[in-house]
Structure formats: C-alpha cells, structure tokens
Ligand binder design. Structure first.
Ligand code: AR6
Length: 174
C-alpha cells in the first residue's frame, strides 16, 4: 500500500524491518541507547556489535529524540535510533510525534533519501497501535508536504494487526 505526498511516497509493508533496504532503518530505542528486545534485538543480532558500540559512544538520547549510527551488517547503511515514550509516562503523543519528526530531520541532515520506521513504542513500551499509526503517519505526511530530499518513507509492520491499523489510518490521509 502506497500514497504519494508531493514528490515523495509513504509505503506500508508487512514484515521484519531488518530486511529493509532503505538508506536508514529506525530503531525503537531507549534513552540509554542499549539495544534490548523487539526491533532493537533484531537490529543487534543481524547488524552485529558495531551498532551497540556506536550507541555507547553517543551514550544517551532524550525521549522524543533521534541519533544516527552506521548499519553494521544490515542492508540499510544507517540506523536512526528514535526514543519513543513508554505508555503512562505522560505527554506520549507529543513525544512520539517528536521521535518521528526528529528521525526524518536526522535522515535529511545526513542526506538520506529513504527511511523505514517500525511502529515505535507499540511493543515493550505498550503504546496503542491505532494512536501510533495516526501520529506517525500524520507526522510523516506533514513533513513530506514541505520541501524535502526524502523520497520514500516506509513503515515496516511486524504483524497483521499493526499492518491493518496503519492501513486503516493511511486511507484517512488521502
Ligand atoms: N521488524 C518490525 N517490527 C518489529 C520487529 C521487527 N523485527 N520486532 C518487533 N517489531 P519494540 P518499543 C514491532 O518493543 O515498544 C526494546 O527493549 C513490535 O511488534 O521493538 O518502542 C528497546 O531496547 C511493535 O509493534 O519497541 C527499548 O528498551 C513495534 O515493533 C524498548 O524495547 C515496536 O516494538 C522499546 O520499546
């Protein structure tokens, strides 16, 4: 499923984000930049130790922020580590919006043309998938509506429920 926004595209795919060949994939990170379970665990095991080593050198990223490392052995040349909110900590909507927006800004600063996001905060962090879909898709669409070098924004959704939530939401964006 794809929609065009200006000169760019937003695409939804089902599956494992570590298989994505966009210039960057986004990690659903924590503020300590320690690669734990879920997306981070998949990135660590497929990408190799260099990604955690680069994260250790950076040290920390605030909730709502994003930092970049290399992609190690992944197909993507870069990993953008975006820190989403934990459900219940407060101000989740703004924090998830900022994590999405800051990832796009980091991609642009590094002259990257394509990026794949997971459904940030909807696994270990327990944020509802429908709200995540609405916030992340709206943020991406608004961003792509302005001047940008980013041509493709992909969302890799791991299971049918997440895919369906994003599919339902993207239809309302058209
Ligand atoms: N590809 C795409 N999506 C995935 C994959 C994958 N390989 N694996 C899981 N998902 P999570 P969070 C989905 O838990 O909630 C970690 O310990 C998953 O089904 O990865 O932001 C970190 O180190 C869910 O819908 O991220 C942090 O400490 C979504 O990706 C913390 O968890 C996000 O799930 C971050 O928690």
């Amino acid at each position: 499923m794809k929609i065009r926004v200006n000169h760019s595209k937003i695409e939804l795919v089902k599956g494992d984000i570590t298989e994505s060949n966009t210039d960057a994939i986004v990690n659903a990170a924590n503020a300590q930049l320690i690669l734990g379970a879920g997306v981070a665990g998949a990135i660590r095991s497929k990408g190799g130790p260099s990604i955690q080593e680069e994260c250790n050198a950076i040290g920390h990223c605030p909730v709502g922020g994003a930092v970049i490392t290399g992609g190690g052995n992944l197909k993507a040349r870069h990993v953008i580590h975006a820190v989403g909110p934990r459900q219940g900590e407060g101000d989740e909507v703004t924090k998830l919006k900022n994590a999405t927006l800051n990832s796009l800004k980091v991609a642009k600063e590094n002259k990257l043309k394509s990026i794949t996001f997971p459904a940030i905060s909807t696994g270990v962090y327990g944020f509802p998938i429908d709200a995540c879909a609405r916030i992340m898709l709206t943020t991406a669409k608004t961003y792509l509506s302005g001047p940008t070098i980013i041509k493709r924004v992909v969302f890799a959704l791991f299971d049918e429920t997440s895919f369906k939530a994003f599919e339902d939401q993207i239809k309302t964006l058209k």
